[in-house]
Each structure stands twice: as structure tokens, then as C-alpha cells.
Design a protein around this ligand. Structure first.
Ligand SMILES: O=C[C@H](O)COP(=O)(O)O
Length: 258
């Protein structure tokens, strides 16, 4: 087993459906995924909106796991509009995406808040895809590593066990823009994240934690990115809404010559 590939030893691909979908389109997407050919060497997660979670849990093939796109920072209770991690667990939802840049920018989620949510989700038995990433302005003004470190520290300060954490590096400038990071850019940042985990958390966590890339991944560019040493998978937005394209992305590592 490749020790970098986390406890399951598998390449990891998440499909973040964001706030997309109707009953009809989600039903078609689930059917398409159920008949897609996907290598067994990959762990695949799909993340519909809260409303569609029960349908997807009930109808998607067991080759896929289901994720929420957010959860509350505390327990269930008087928090209007929120959904607590134990409620997701009760609905057989094993994963949650936290700290996505759309929530950080649009909803002003801070590094500490994301870290607290991650710790709370883990404490209630969920697995966490923790997202980090810099804006173009931050990259071009030389602040990229400070920004990434602040985001990593937000998680590391709150989380004591990393076994059920996947880190998603998603440069904001690449999300939904069609401007994918080059394989070299992705590798450079993934290597930085792995080193940071080794220096600040532990070598074991650094070796075992999967670091996945997100930002304009599609069926054309996935294989080249998957070939990079520290790219352990993908978090896919737009292309995850098409079953064929998503299946190709899921199989991207399998297509890379050893
Ligand atoms: O969570 C997924 C990312 O935001 C990437 O989205 P995208 O593939 O549409 O660029």
C-alpha cells in the first residue's frame, strides 16, 4: 500500500455538486453514476445539497459515499437553518466538506471557525474534507504560503486526530474558471502542505493524509494532475455533474503508467 494514501490506501475523488440540481437532474446523475465503470482503486464521494441527501443515500450505488457540503459548529439545538453533524450521521452521511472557498468568501467563515467545525464534525463521527486555497491576488502578491499556513493552522489547532481528514487544495482562481493549476503548480503546493503537516503535526500524519486538488479539473486534464507525486485525488465541481466526465476523472490515476 502506498503510505501516502491514507487509511483506505485509495486515490480519493469527491464530486461537489454545490447548489446545483433538481429532483429530475439528480435522479439522472445518480443513474448515470450507478452505471459508470469506475476502478475499485478509488474512493469516490458525492456531495449533493442537503435536500437531495436522503434521495442520493437511498439510490446511489454502494461504490459511492455521500457527503454534505457543510455542517454546524456545535450540537443540534436552537440554531435556525443549520444542520448538526450528529444529524448527518443519523442519516447515514459519513462525510462533510468544510471550509470551501465559497463559504469562506461569501459567508465570511474564518480559519478558526472552519477548524472548530472540523473538530466538531470529527467528534460526531464524520469524516472531513477540509478545503484551503489562495486567491489570485494573494498568490501574485507573495502571500500565498502565509494564507495557506493560516488555513492549515486553523484546522490543526482544533483537530487532534487526522485519520478521517482529507485536505483539499483549491486555488480560488482555478475554481469554476476553466483555468486549472498546472500539474507543477499543484505539486508545488501539495508538497508544501505535506511538509507543513510533517513539521507542525507529525510525520505520520504527513505521510498518511490525502491531499487532493480542486479547481477546473475535467476529464481532459485529470490524468496529468493525477500523475504528480503529492496529488492524492481531486475535489471536482462542474465536471462532477456529468457522470461520464466524473467517471473518467475517478479513473485518472488508474490510467497513469506506474
Ligand atoms: O469543490 C470544488 C471546487 O470548487 C472546484 O470546482 P470546479 O471544478 O467547478 O472548478
Amino acid at each position: 500500500m502506498d503510505v501516502r494514501m491514507g487509511s483506505t490506501g485509495k486515490f480519493f475523488v469527491g464530486g461537489n455538486w454545490k447548489a446545483n440540481g433538481t429532483k429530475e437532474s439528480v435522479s439522472k446523475l445518480v443513474s448515470g453514476l450507478n452505471s459508470a465503470e469506475i476502478t475499485s482503486d478509488v474512493e469516490v464521494i458525492v456531495a449533493p445539497i442537503f435536500l437531495h441527501l436522503p434521495y442520493v443515500v437511498d439510490h446511489i450505488d454502494s461504490r459511492y459515499q455521500v457527503s454534505a457540503q457543510n455542517c454546524w459548529v456545535g450540537r443540534a439545538g436552537a440554531y435556525t437553518g443549520e444542520i448538526a453533524p450528529e444529524q448527518l450521521a443519523d442519516m447515514s452521511i459519513p462525510w462533510v466538506i468544510l471550509g470551501h472557498s465559497e463559504r469562506r468568501s461569501l459567508l465570511k467563515e474564518s480559519n478558526d471557525f472552519v477548524g472548530a467545525k472540523a473538530a466538531n464534525a470529527l467528534a460526531h463521527g464524520l469524516k472531513v474534507i477540509a478545503c484551503i486555497g489562495e486567491t489570485l491576488e494573494q498568490r501574485e502578491s507573495g502571500q500565498m504560503y502565509d494564507v495557506l499556513e493560516g488555513q492549515l493552522k486553523g484546522v490543526a489547532d482544533s483537530v487532534s486526530s487526522w485519520e478521517d481528514v482529507v485536505v483539499a487544495y483549491e486555488p480560488v482562481w482555478a475554481i469554476g474558471t476553466g483555468k486549472v493549476a498546472t500539474p507543477e503548480q499543484a505539486q508545488e503546493v501539495h508538497a508544501y502542505i505535506r511538509k507543513w503537516l510533517g513539521d507542525k503535526v507529525s510525520q505520520d500524519v504527513s505521510s498518511a493524509t490525502r491531499i487532493i486538488y480542486g479547481g477546473s479539473v475535467n476529464d481532459q486534464n485529470a490524468a496529468e494532475l493525477a500523475n504528480k507525486e503529492d496529488v492524492d485525488g481531486f475535489l471536482v465541481g462542474g465536471a462532477s455533474l456529468k457522470a461520464d466526465a466524473f467517471a473518467t476523472i475517478c479513473n485518472a490515476r488508474a490510467k497513469v503508467p506506474a
